[in-house]
Design a protein around this ligand. Sequence first.
Ligand code: GLN
Ligand code: ZN
Length: 758
Amino acid sequence: MVTTHNLGFPRIGARRELKFAQEAFWKGQISEEELQITGAGLRRTHWHSHRNLDRVPVGDFSFYDQVLDMSFTLGNLPERVSKSEGSALERYFRVARGRSGHDPSCCSVQAGEMTKWFDTNYHYIVPEFHRNTRFRLNADRLIEQISEARAQGLSPKPVIIGPVTYLWLGKAKDDSDPLTLLESLLPVYSELLDLFSNHGIDWVQVDEPALVTDLDADWRHAFSLAYYHLKTSSPKLLVTTYFGELRENLQLACELPVAGLHLDTVSSPQEAARVVDWLSPHKHLSLGVINGRNIWRTDLGKILDWLEPVHEKLGDRLWLAPSCSLLHVPVDLDIEHKLDPEIRSWLAFALQKLDELDILATALNQGRSAVRQELAESAAATKSREMSDRVRNPSIEARIQAIRPDLGDRQSPYSERITVQQQKLALPPYPTTTIGSFPQTQDIRQARLQFRKGELTEAAYTQRIREEVRRCIDEQEALGLDVLVHGEAERNDMVEYFGEQLEGYAFSQFGWVQSYGSRCVKPPILFGAISRPRAMTVEWIRYAQSLTDKPVKGMLTGPVTILNWSFVRDDQPRMDTCLQLALAIREEVLDLEAAGVGIIQIDEAALREGLPLRKSDWAGYLDWAIEAFRIAANGVGDGTQIHTHMCYSEFNDIIKAIARMDADVITIETSRSDMELLNAFRGFQYPNDIGPGVYDIHSPNIPAKGQMKALMTKAAEQIPAERLWVNPDCGLKTRQWEEVIPALKNMVAAARELREGI
Ligand code: GLN
Ligand code: ZN
């Protein structure tokens, strides 16, 4: 008999119940007890949907983040919080979110740093270490939840982050090496395992996804060391890896002295096949055969063709699961009533993935005939998706085939075209601009909601947005900015807005995925061949331009960012999908140019995010990603100025690729790094214009003129002044007008003083 289990489940709730409860608690609208009741209710509901599985995950539920939970379990709280007052949950949220006090010496607490969880769009709270960090077990949460699951008649399998990955995820706040803490950390893990054993737990899931990353000899050694130390016969350990191939760590993972290993067979099918052949006969092998990160239905027949002989070979040692925690997919497809039925039949969200798992196990345990109907449905869905001409469109595929190597080249090199552009635009030195969006007021959101509900006609909605564009242009003129924007009031989101206008995209109503804390995103679903039936932004920019003599930038999202923030089809390489997006954006760029728009900005906020986990795979990704950007942007004439924007501050390791994009102007985030990052641009002698953000839009603080001037002066030490622009770090949509006006006023004043100094 195969054993079925799941690595983790989305905790946010099918209707984002947890988000609303968290936010109500933070606002003081509900009590801690009420929040706890919501949490317990969600756990109960989620476990109930696991009732057909042999083991249910326990400990994956979190009020904020599973890594922060692990820090609490290990007693590793930043000192600034462990001493502060309040309940355990209050202290927990204080690490997650910080606290601002009016008197900084008294009550303000800095939030823990947040960073991306491997190559997903989930963000975790980075554990903080010092050379003398000591750990102390606090397993109450886990033990309570084990009892909760048992009370539902289920068999609990606690989920914890393994010791090596835990250290790997963290950051030393002094210059010590987190690995030196392993020795003091392991006894706490042993204590935890003993405790599990005392509570009758037979298997524990120990997540070690660091095994799919580039590890040096010390880290690899730490794995052997750790698991020799934790070697126990009770409970049994299932070490789980996911998100990629193990490669040079494969043997290490297979040889760890543990009772079982989980592999993500979606991202490493060949390795899984090898491990089936080699794994020691005492070990259990859990195969993650259902994609835990994407929303497509599984081709169950195809998986069974592969699994049946594996099952024959491994017998009871075979376990089945999704590839990784289902945290990264929405909860329930059944509540989506507005999706196109054909597309819907191709999808599976978390609950449907659990059903798929159950069907696979039944087919293996009892023979395919026991689930004939279900397998036939799966086969029909696979076939319908394969055959659909909305998915495969020969004319669009032919356009990709026909791409010539010079399609992404500009007509002339930057040094020549910049002269043409300067003549046309006649901008002063240190030109000022913004990144695109202006405050999305409550009023605008309200209007959009009413329009969606049919309470506002399209004409009335358009009129409302036009008023907002006018306000935005008027304010920018009054401020004296040099290059204006229309303000993006018509956009709900920088990816969804374009997805909604492209063929090949579908949208869920409730397909929310946790990004961090209570924040969720609803990635659009890129299911098919991408094309652009009509211009998407031209009318808005044309209208904005009609209101002013200053240049207004056209504003687009780039192909790589659209790709990285969508659920993407899995039936062709990401590169091909990205190139289809690039051709669609290229058409938009050319339409904007034809409409007389002289400056076009193409945002690539998520270009860096898409970097593969392994350094050796970076070049491959960057090759096609940069090519896609170039194709989208570079079809314009010399006189049209292309801008791009990236909101991050690490460029050192990708600067060559960034230069290949050949944007005339790049605006980046720098204000928080004190212009340090310009070192990368200087070191590489980055040739084109740069706008290093001088106004940190993530903070409500209003930057002073002197402060911004000082930052720009520092920038001018690294980059010739004639190539510098003055702008904020990122878009202003999350800010209030009352903050934005004085901040930009100071920014424009700073630029004027800089000009005088030339
Ligand atoms: N143009 C977008 C804006 O200003 C860019 C947002 C982003 O980079 N995340 O909002
Ligand atoms: Zn940005």
